[in-house]
Design a binder for this molecule. Structure first.
Ligand SMILES: Nc1ncnc2c1ncn2[C@@H]1O[C@H](COP(=O)(O)OP(=O)(O)O)[C@@H](O)[C@H]1O
Ligand SMILES: [Mg+2]
Length: 342
């Protein structure tokens, strides 16, 4: 079995209800649960047999997901997909007419001309903040496209949304938990370099059970610092805060503020409408808003996650862990009883 948080949690919850958990033996990442009534439900990573597979795939494709969200009347940052040269080459063989309309760099430049900078550039089907970068000019845009086009067929260029970054986890219309995510930041001492401060922060996070974050010479950090006119060798003054990444994912060292008990009802509605718009019963809805305790007409939905990883949030406090356990207890109860669940 994988030693991660989620397999251990499943094991504990299954034992509570007398369900049997079977893992694929080599990697222990996938398996199935056999409930006391004999029914069997599969899982892979944090994907469970609760959400429909097409709904989960739509959510995973950020551009598709945004189209469904917009159609449901939700605010979503404007974005455009651009296609990697290797993807255009594949299309040229299959359908030259489609390929002729794809211009990997020209389409990106046209979007930048339309919207101006800064822009967010990311893999269209990414996760955990991988490859997410804010770019400030054409040079940075092209450099980041070069990098992403090596690995990804589709890249999303997106206008920045204003506000703090919140994740609201919903199950069948109810909010199970909500937290703010603050991008990886270090606080200056006047004598330590940003590199030393980052190493210290990484060590601090790993002692509280958070997964490994970014390496000291991580290209994303170097680029984000450069955009602020800083380098790893600079020493910020005492108390000076330096943001190291443009993205707030917990998997890249973001900090948690638990807001489960402070969320205004407009966001409960918004999160559930977002989950419903892509057909998900269980979802982690990422919302950018000024303050989650107050309605904000400009708040937007950034993305919807069909299998939200909650390990980093659970490591935040005993109460957070209890909320995550309670949530999965409820999910297992649905999977055990509900013939429509799959
Ligand atoms: N358009 C945007 N406006 C503001 N922040 C953004 C935008 N796109 C990404 N971010 C930041 O980057 C993070 C990761 O982006 P996201 O699209 O959720 O990718 P991933 O699937 O890798 O989590 C967001 O949670 C947010 O902090
Ligand atoms: Mg995200």
């Amino acid at each position: 079995m994988d030693e991660g948080y989620f397999p251990k949690l499943l094991q504990r919850l299954c034992a509570e209800i007398g369900a049997e958990l079977s893992f694929e033996p080599e990697f222990g990442r996938a398996g199935y649960i056999t409930f006391a009534n004999g029914s069997r439900r599969f899982f892979k990573g944090t994907n469970l047999d609760l959400n429909g597979s097409a709904a989960a795939q739509i959510a995973q494709d950020k551009d598709f997901c945004a189209k469904f969200l917009r159609r449901a009347g939700l605010n979503v940052p404007e974005g455009q997909v651009v296609f990697a040269p290797k993807c255009v080459a594949k299309w040229r063989a299959k359908n030259p007419g489609v390929a002729a309309r794809m211009d990997p760099y020209g389409d990106a430049m046209a979007a930048a001309e339309r919207w101006g900078f800064p822009l967010f550039v990311k893999p269209n089907e990414g996760a955990e903040g991988e490859g997410v970068r804010q770019v400030a000019d054409e040079g940075q845009l092209c450099a980041h496209l070069d990098l992403l086009y090596q690995e990804h067929d589709r890249v999303l260029i997106q206008r920045p949304a204003e506000g703090d970054d919140y994740r609201i986890v919903v199950l069948d219309g109810e909010v199970a938990l909500a937290y703010q995510r603050v991008p990886l930041t270090v606080t200056g001492t006047g004598s330590k370099t940003i590199r030393a401060l980052l190493e210290h922060r990484a060590a601090e996070l790993s002692t509280v059970g958070r997964q490994a974050i970014v390496a000291a010479d991580d290209a994303r950090v170097v680029a984000h610092l450069a955009a602020q006119g800083l380098s790893m060798d600079d020493c910020p003054g005492p108390g000076e805060e330096v943001r190291l990444l443009a993205n707030a994912n917990l998997s890249t060292g973001g900090a948690v503020v638990d807001v489960s008990e402070h969320i205004d009802d407009t966001y409960t509605q918004m999160a559930w409408r977002a989950a419903e718009a892509v057909g998900l019963r269980f979802a982690g809805v990422d919302i950018l808003a000024r303050d989650i305790a107050e309605p904000d007409p400009d708040a937007s939905v950034l993305e919807v996650n069909s299998a939200p990883g909650l390990n980093n949030y659970a490591a935040f406090s005993a109460q957070a862990e209890e909320r995550v356990s309670g949530l999965y207890r409820a999910i297992l109860a649905i999977l055990a009883e509900d013939p429509e669940a799959a």
